[in-house]
Design a protein around this ligand. Structure first.
Ligand code: NAI
Length: 327
């Protein structure tokens, strides 16, 4: 059985290597999967993808023609895969539904604290020997209203953490009622009340640009936004405008709408060619990390283990149902 792992990085390979059965032919590809690189998977029954890979209709047709029957995603999110087309082509799509929601919830709070306590600016200053506090004024989390959009595995842990910091937390999720969380019935209600907004829902046709010019306009002046969900949840042009006009107090982003082809790579030599991201990163009230919320030892180990188990289960039960099939 041949399996090709796209977007493979040394930290993941290290976790995967000891778990791989001897009788698999394994190819680790640094490259992301796209129309240019798909031919490298020819003859592989299993192809394993990360969030930086793109499995659209063109790519999937080629994978199917090359004999691929299982897509084993090394992520919880699956918005980078055209799942309907994959199924039409007779491919199973499995994922790692929960490798460490704690990793992402921790990073959400880390980004929030970094932004509101100006730690990114402070770090720059002290490194240059400037211990003057001008420009570093923050605000207390205690007593603030925090809104969490998406009360799934990660969102609920974000709520717990915000509550521990003394925030009054409200949540919005049209699909679940969670005990112990005060939920509002509409996004507008949440936006008009919160000083802090955390996006923790998946990217779907319904949630694309859930923060846009209109909804940003419904937010309290000077509120801050943290996005560890997916870049496409925010209309980035509208975000930039809201930050520039002072309508919004700040943004902390682990994900970016146009991150594909940019994140997970070292661009120091040529610089950041994406003008929109460069403008955002030039603002003092914006912090950005390159989709690293998942990156803890525990999460990477769980991703590796579940991915290998998913492939083994499919090999033993090709007719399914697969326990970790994408919903
Ligand atoms: P989950 O499936 O447990 O929870 C998602 C929640 O969002 C569900 O309760 C669902 O009802 C809710 N939801 C769906 N549509 C909604 C809408 N229109 N408005 C409000 N809520 C809505 O997923 P989990 O594990 O909590 O992950 C959430 C997202 O976080 C993933 O889909 C993924 O995009 C992102 N993620 C980001 C990572 C990173 O490294 N930055 C790592 C892992 C996940």
């Amino acid at each position: 059985m041949k399996v090709v792992f796209y977007s493979m990085r040394p930290y993941e390979q290290q976790a995967l290597q000891p778990l791989l059965p001897d009788d698999w032919t394994v190819i680790f590809e640094w490259a992301h999967l796209d129309a240019q690189t798909v031919a490298r998977a020819s003859g592989a029954e299993v192809v394993s993808l990360f969030v930086s890979d793109q499995a659209d209709e063109t790519v999937l047709n080629q994978l199917a023609a090359g004999g691929t029957r299982l897509l084993a995603l090394r992520s919880a999110g699956f918005d980078h895969v055209d799942v309907a087309t994959a199924r039409q082509l007779g491919m199973e799509v499995v994922r790692v539904p929960a490798y460490s929601p704690h990793a992402v919830a921790d990073h959400t709070l880390a980004l929030l604290l970094m932004l509101i306590r100006r730690l990114h600016l402070a770090q720059d200053k002290v490194r240059r020997g400037d211990f003057c506090l001008q420009g570093l004024m923050g605000f207390d989390l205690n007593g603030k209203t925090a809104g969490v959009v998406g009360l799934g595995r990660i969102g609920r842990l974000v709520v717990q953490r915000l509550q521990a910091f003394g925030c009054n937390v409200i949540g919005f999720d049209p699909h679940v009622q969670v005990e112990g969380i005060q939920q509002v019935d509409s996004l507008s209600e949440l936006l008009s009340q919160c000083d802090i907004l955390s996006l923790n829902c998946p990217l779907t046709p319904q949630t694309r640009h859930v923060l846009n010019r209109d909804t940003l306009g419904q937010m309290r002046p000077h509120a801050v936004v943290v996005n560890t969900g997916r870049g496409g949840l925010i209309d980035t042009q509208a975000l930039l405008a809201a930050l520039r006009s002072g309508q919004l107090g700040g943004a902390a982003l682990d994900v970016y709408e146009f991150e594909r082809g940019l994140f997970f790579e070292d661009h120091r030599t040529e610089g950041v060619a994406d003008g929109l991201l460069a403008q955002l990163m030039g603002l003092a009230n914006v912090v950005v990390t390159g989709h690293q919320a998942f990156l803890t030892q525990e999460a990477v180990a769980n991703i590796a283990r579940t991915t290998v188990e998913n492939i083994q289960y499919w090999l033993a039960h090709p007719q399914g149902p697969q326990p970790n099939a994408v919903p």
